[in-house]
Write a protein that binds this ligand. Structure first.
Ligand SMILES: Nc1nc2c(c(=O)[nH]1)N[C@H]1C(S)=C(S)[C@@H](COP(=O)(O)O)O[C@H]1N2
Ligand SMILES: [Mo]
Length: 509
């Protein structure tokens, strides 16, 4: 192995120790202060919306892991380079590690609600990394360029170096894994399990049996929390202790209010089926789910604080700084907008916003569904642009009328004769009035609609097809209760939701 390879290995080992030690230290200062998560967070917040769309599409829910692994690989490569540079002059390597530490600390300090302690994991990690690099470099003689294998002394020296470098890599791995493990043990799942939800004052309507036709591949009417799509900018899921949680309602209001979790749970609750949808969902996509939510009506809270004139926007802010801006009018117009504490009969899952999130029927998630809620600020649309608005998405985002074919699957092969074509359609808070199916360029056939508890959920639909052999294209389109049919015109999700008709290609034997 050449001198440079040894030096690169020294750099890599130093980076492993630095990141591992930082990860372990971040158990004390909070997951978001760990350098990889902090730098990843800066990347998430600054990359153009188009790149993020691309990343979400490519990696889907793995995009976050890919980002963290990618950042670690970049840091590792940079550190290997530093090791080689340090052969020329020791200080190059040490200055480089210091710069890495400063970048991590700087990134952590930009995080929402960061205290100065957020800088500590990166700084302490960098110190440990620098020490490892210095020790390993003294084991390498920068003057020697002779083949180490030919010199017995040097060979022993090299073996010692490799042992030390291996030990350093091991320390990095162990501290990193230990940090992650300890952080996971400090999560709030125990606190969540201890929560007893109150019974709703206004329970959800009973589901008619015809709401949920159970067919293979057809989305079930209620989505299990474990299968529910997850979209957010959080690289580490916020862990909020419900006993110290506070909700601040402030801004342009007559009587600002602060509530504890206990006080929130003591209020009259409603329980409703509401279908959430993500604006980034492509035609035919799966970024949508339906659940039974339990929560406090937002209208009651707003009436209590008394919005001032001109407060046309309610900005909901999460503990990690994400914001959504919802029209105040939509929260007062009688729809079942709520601060949800329960999902399908359980406390909110941590990934879906425990302890409290917003749910507003009819609006895309990015303008309404803030998870890990920390405050509501009444302001105006003129005065404040929420998270995704600053990144090019529309301020106003009612959910568009859409429909999806779930069965048969795209590119499936089916037997000739009677084939059940089925899927879901949604037009939250307007309701689905009609769903139609078309085979190739034929005429539109009305589908049979499933029952629904309200206009705020999706609706199953099905149609029986006498399938003739050959290759066919099945199309679907929905019409809302106002008579508006979903447009054929194909448009991308940016800036306010995709349009177009979903279709699948099937082969009939
Ligand atoms: N704190 C926080 N809340 C958030 C987001 C986020 O990035 N951070 N994303 C929103 C978006 S874009 C959507 S579509 C919904 C998704 O909710 P889910 O993950 O429970 O399905 O959450 C919303 N609430
Ligand atoms: Mo979203």
């Amino acid at each position: 192995m050449s001198q440079r390879r040894y030096a690169a290995l020294a750099g890599l080992a130093a980076a492993a120790v630095a990141l591992g030690v930082a990860e372990l230290f971040a158990v004390l200062t909070g997951a978001r202060s760990a350098p990889l998560v902090a730098v990843g967070g800066v990347v998430v917040d600054t990359v153009p919306a188009s790149v993020k769309e691309f990343a979400v599409r490519v990696f889907y829910t793995y995009d976050k892991l890919a980002l963290l692994v990618g950042t670690a690989v970049v840091v590792g490569a940079f550190a290997a380079l530093l090791g080689i540079l340090a052969l020329r002059r020791r200080s190059y390597g040490l200055v480089g590690i210091a710069l890495l530490g400063l970048a991590g600390a700087g990134a952590a300090l930009t995080r929402h609600g960061a205290s100065w302690t957020y800088a500590l994991p990166s700084i302490i990690g960098a110190l440990a990394g620098a020490a490892v690099l210095a020790v390993l470099l003294t084991r390498l003689d920068p003057q020697s360029h002779v083949d180490p294998e030919s010199q017995p002394d040097t060979r022993a020296q090299r073996r010692r170096f490799l042992q030390l470098a291996g030990a350093a890599l091991g320390v990095g791995l162990v501290t990193g894994v230990a940090g992650r493990w300890l952080a996971a043990r400090r999560d709030v799942s125990t606190a969540r399990a201890a929560v007893t939800l109150p019974a709703p004052m206004s329970p959800a309507p009973r589901l008619p049996a015809e709401a949920d036709r159970r067919l293979k591949d057809l989305a079930s009417f209620v989505t299990d929390g474990r299968d529910f799509y997850r979209i957010d900018t959080a690289l580490s899921v916020p862990q909020i202790d419900p006993t110290t949680w506070r909700l601040r309602i402030h801004g342009r209001v007559r009587r600002p209010l602060t509530l504890t979790y206990e006080q929130l749970l003591a209020r009259p609750m409603l329980e409703r089926y509401v279908t959430l949808a993500c604006v980034s969902n492509e035609v035919g996509g799966s970024l949508i789910g339906n659940a039974r939510w339990l929560g406090v009506p937002l209208k009651d809270l707003l009436d209590e604080v008394g919005p001032l004139d001109g407060a046309d926007q309610v900005v909901s802010r999460s503990v990690d700084g994400f914001t959504a801006g919802t029209p105040t009018a939509a929260l007062l117009d009688g729809r079942d907008a709520m601060l949800a504490v329960g999902m399908n009969g359980e406390p909110l899952p941590v990934a879906h916003g425990f302890p409290v999130r917003m749910v507003v029927p009819g609006l895309y998630g990015y303008v309404s569904a803030t998870k890990w809620l920390a405050e509501l600020e009444l302001t105006s649309f003129r005065d404040f642009d929420a998270y995704w608005i600053r990144r090019g998405w529309s301020q106003q985002a009612p959910i568009k009328t859409e429909s999806r074919i779930d069965t048969p699957r795209d590119r499936a092969t089916v037997r000739r004769g009677r084939v059940i074509v089925a899927g879901v359609a949604w037009a939250q808070h307007r309701g689905i009035g009609k769903v139609e199916v078309r085979v190739d360029d034929g005429t539109w056939h009305p589908a049979t609609l499933g029952a629904v508890p309200s206009i705020d959920t999706w609706r199953q639909w099905s149609w029986e097809w006498e399938a003739a052999p050959g290759r066919h294209r099945l199309w679907v389109r929905a019409t809302d209760n106002g008579g508006q049919t979903q447009p054929e015109d194909e448009r991308p999700p940016v800036p306010d939701g995709a349009t177009g008709w979903h279709h699948v290609e099937v082969t009939v034997d």
